[in-house]
Design a protein around this ligand. Structure first.
Ligand SMILES: [Zn+2]
Length: 315
């Protein structure tokens, strides 16, 4: 049956209607996160209603709502536990009450990386696997774990989703989470500009002429032989590779999936991580498969229906 779904990001919000792993319709809206979540909700509702009308559907034709959000979530109550400087009002909003009042539908919400992981597990590259870990490489580093055919959550819902906050460098860079030397603080879009400008060769690098320094530009200039870009590329690949080994040691998956915007450069990233993991992970039984997300941006959206079924006891 149809489910209304929404992947709220710091910059962009993707939303659509999904059914049986298929996306019937999708749109992308600006999140305007500084203006708060309360102002975004009516915009999301209006877009869902427009999408339904396009397909000749009504709210009665939907069984619920699934939301993906970049935060720790109390999935039992559906409350958002931290705003991380975006959507400052998010912790005060009862999304389930909003959905009941505005849409007359039950609502489930989960961490965005966990949603992406569920989507890949049910409909993407993880289909048929019972033990998998997903890492999303983007502004921050998201992570999530499926273990023995179940979503790993822990007592407070934190298990697995803090995978990007494993310490990869003792005494390293300060992280937004309060720790130092987290993988996210050492190698993400969030930290890339600082890392680039701190490099002694930066002013002589073509990167210093880029209007925006992102991983695409770093990988491009590294291929052309720029020493600063090569050092940045190698540093980031080593951080993600060390993180991969730690996640494999912690969770014993058969499959490790990498997704997120930076994976546009999967042709550079995956071979480097596979090679490092092959040398350093302790897996005497064989090799962990390391693959790119199959669904990309859609993985979090398609997870909504599965989550709604899983969480029905709490609704
Ligand atoms: Zn951290």
């Amino acid at each position: 049956m149809n489910v209304l779904t929404c992947d709220i990001g710091g910059t962009r919000t993707k939303l659509g209607i999904v059914s049986g792993g298929r996306v019937l319709e999708q749109s992308i809206l600006p999140s305007n996160s500084k203006q708060g979540l309360a102002r975004l909700l009516p915009v999301i509702k209006a877009e869902w209603l427009r999408q339904l009308e396009t397909h000749g559907l009504r709210l009665n034709d939907c069984k619920g709502v699934g939301i993906s959000f970049p935060s720790l979530i109390d999935y039992k109550s559906g409350r958002i536990l931290d705003s991380y400087g975006k959507f400052d009002d998010a912790m005060d909003i009862d999304l389930r009450a909003w959905s009941r009042a505005e849409l007359r539908l039950p609502l489930v919400i989960e961490n965005d990386a966990r949603m992406a992981c569920i989507g890949e597990w049910q409909y993407g590259v993880g289909r048929g696997s019972e033990n998998l870990v997903m890492v999303t490489l983007g502004t921050g580093l998201g992570a999530a774990v499926i273990m023995e055919g179940r979503v790993l959550r822990g007592v407070h819902g934190q298990a697995g989703v803090l995978g990007g906050h494993m310490t990869v460098r003792y005494g390293g860079r300060a992280c937004t989470c309060g720790n130092v030397g987290c993988a996210e603080a050492e190698a993400s879009s969030f930290s890339l500009l600082d890392l680039a400008t701190a490099h002694p060769g930066f002013l002589n690098s073509p990167l210093s002429n880029e209007s925006q320094i992102d991983f695409a530009s770093v990988f491009r200039h590294a291929v052309a032989g720029d020493p600063c870009a090569m050092a940045l590329r190698d540093h980031n690949l080593l951080v993600w590779s060390s993180l991969a080994v730690s996640l494999i040691h912690a969770y014993d998956p058969e499959l490790l999936i990498f997704g997120g915007g930076i994976m546009a450069s999967a042709d550079v990233i995956l071979p480097a991580i596979r090679e490092y993991v092959g040398r350093h992970a302790h897996t005497p039984w064989g090799q962990v498969r390391i693959e790119a997300s199959a669904l990309g941006d859609l993985s979090a959206l398609v997870a909504a229906e599965w989550l709604l079924d899983e969480q029905s006891i709490h609704l």
